[in-house]
Ligand binder design. Structure first.
Ligand code: NAG
Ligand code: NAG
Ligand code: NAG
Ligand code: NAG
Ligand code: NAG
Ligand code: NAG
Length: 496
């Protein structure tokens, strides 16, 4: 008790004495109102100091945390890293102090909960202000003060940075009308969904940039895992270096990602680049945070939405497929512990932000959060994926497709024409070949039957579903989960 009083006194006096203005400080990620990752593995708190091998002691509500830590030389920056762990249901608010011979620095109103990073391009950057009912959302946000938000600033660097090089757009804050208006809609709505499921706080870390390619968010080691497109100039890691690497020492629970439109022109590469980037992020976040972030942290993403109507465009369907590394559904062997929001049925061609930016972010986030509950939070017995084929039976001019091993009923809208078969004696490419519509003749509790007579005497070589940029009217693709209302993702299956 006496020691606590001394610390509190020092907090007041040492700061008043101006000692806090030395190079002894927290990294720019750390500030009042932040969320630190809960759990026994601990959360990293780090910063800089003036002297090498100086001792830094951390305090949680005045109680010492561990035995103190020594500063070290990190590429010329005198750095200290400490770990604090909070388990159980006392989520905060806490006061965290760090003390060295240079003085004492403090963080107030610190909560412990789950920290999620939100990254990608413009559809992740799409703000709450762009929602049709943003005003109602701002009012409701006052009920979610347990969610704290953080937003980085656009920045580029040719070398990997440990800390942000430019001022933040929004340092850790309690949500308000003003800061939510410029915050990511998908990130906030995802966090809000999780928050309504759990009692503990949620920290949302937004770091994204419209119009950007995956190469820019990938470190040089991630890029080295995949072939390049022969255009070396665009293969760089500038955003990884300046906007993601500075987050890697901090402990996080998981990440969500909405990106791919800018890579649709080179979709063949994406099925290598995307899993490689996820693996590399996991490794870098884990190693740099002294393994307080899991080496297999959950990674969620949004499969691309419709964009243009009219002419057949193969790049978006192919990119959607590449987003699953060619499996059609996640998690899979190449993408373990990942989850996906399928959005091919959310066209908004009249969006004032351009048809590439559909405004249905509530649906995007609800589907993402549901799949997060299944994958990232291991909720048992939860149906969190849309229907996906488990068996194909070809008999005569009929193809029967069973979904999800028949264990979940489906809802079918039979008025689009998204099933196609390729009539060929040899293997068919996903995009090219003798593709013909295969009308649905009937559907059952968990299967559909297609008419393949268009192939005549030629064999059915492959089947594909929703292989269009904009396959259907709003929420009216053919196949949905009856209980989840999740759309079935697009697929391609070859019988060769
Ligand atoms: C820290 O390391 C850098 C090289 O990374 C070196 O130039 C510098 O002298 C070191 N500083 C101290 C105080 O040892
Ligand atoms: C905003 O609209 C979406 C549906 O479009 C709805 O799910 C959500 O609850 C609404 N938000 C508020 C705060 O009313
Ligand atoms: C906030 O939560 C309370 C209690 O659950 C509820 O009565 C109220 O309607 C909510 N306010 C808004 C704006 O959603
Ligand atoms: C589409 O099909 C559903 C049922 O399969 C039906 O209820 C609906 O009226 C149809 N809509 C149109 C536009 O044909
Ligand atoms: C399949 O379509 C053909 C016309 O392409 C039609 O003659 C045949 O009756 C259909 N079969 C079924 C089972 O609907
Ligand atoms: C796309 O265009 C076709 C043909 O004009 C139309 O039938 C369909 O409803 C349109 N799709 C959407 C989602 O508006």
């Amino acid at each position: 008790m006496a020691r606590n009083h001394w610390v509190l006194l020092c907090l007041a006096l040492c700061n008043a004495a101006g000692l806090g203005s030395s190079t002894f400080k927290f990294a720019s990620y750390y500030s009042d109102h932040m969320v630190l990752q809960q759990g026994a593995q601990g959360a990293i708190v780090w910063g800089t100091a003036s002297h090498l091998r100086e001792k830094v002691q951390l305090y949680l509500n005045g109680h010492t945390v561990g035995d103190g830590t020594h500063t070290f030389n990190s590429s010329g920056v005198i750095t200290w890293m400490a770990k604090v762990s909070v388990t159980g249901s006392d989520y905060g608010p806490y006061t965290i102090a760090a003390k060295s011979s240079e003085g004492t620095i403090t963080l107030h109103d610190v909560m412990f909960g789950d920290v999620w990073v939100c990254s990608g391009q413009s559809n992740m950057e799409f703000t709450m202000g762009g929602l049709v009912n943003s005003s109602a959302e701002y009012v409701e946000a006052s009920n979610y003060s347990n969610i704290r938000i953080f937003k980085s600033q656009h920045a580029q660097s040719s070398v990997e940075l440990h800390d942000f090089s430019v001022a933040l757009v929004t340092p850790w804050s309690v949500p308000t009308r003003a800061n939510l208006g410029r915050f990511s809609a998908v990130c906030w709505l995802f966090g809000k969904r999780l928050s309504s499921q759990f009692k503990y706080p949620i920290g949302l870390v937004e770091s994204n940039w419209g119009g950007t390619k995956i190469e820019w968010w990938s470190s040089t080691s991630a890029l080295s895992k995949c072939p390049t497109h022969g255009k070396r100039a665009i293969q760089n890691s500038d955003l990884w270096n300046a906007m993601m690497s500075p987050l890697t020492r901090n402990t996080i629970y998981g990440a969500i990602w909405y990106q791919g439109e800018s890579n649709a022109g080179a979709y063949e590469l994406y099925s290598c680049q995307f899993p490689a980037m996820i693996k590399d992020w996991r490794q870098k976040f884990s190693v740099n945070s002294l393994h307080t972030t899991s080496m297999e942290f959950p990674f969620g993403f949004v499969q691309l939405a419709p964009h243009r109507n009219g002419s057949e465009v193969k790049s978006i369907p192919s990119l959607r497929w590449a987003q699953t590394a060619g499996y059609g559904t996640v998690p899979n062997a190449k993408m373990p512990n990942t989850f996906m929001s399928v959005t091919l049925d959310l066209p908004d061609f009249n969006s004032p932000y351009g048809s590439i930016h559909p405004r249905f972010k509530h649906d995007v986030a609800a589907r993402l959060a549901l799949s997060a509950l299944g994958v990232a939070y291991h909720r048992s017995g939860l149906e969190f994926q849309g229907p996906f084929p488990s068996e194909y039976r070809l008999t005569g001019h009929s193809l029967n497709i069973e979904y999800n091993q028949g264990r979940a009923p489906i809802t079918v809208f039979a008025n689009a024409s998204n099933f196609e078969v390729c009539c060929s004696a040899t293997k068919c490419d996903k995009n090219f070949g003798n593709w013909k519509p295969a009308p649905m003749t009937s559907h059952h509790i968990s299967s559909v039957t297609l008419n393949t007579s268009q192939c005549g005497q030629v064999a059915v070589s492959a089947v594909r579903y929703a292989w269009r940029e904009s396959p259907c009217l709003l929420k009216r693709c053919e196949v949905y989960g009856r209980d989840t209302e999740l759309p079935g993702p697009p697929f391609y299956h070859s019988f060769h």
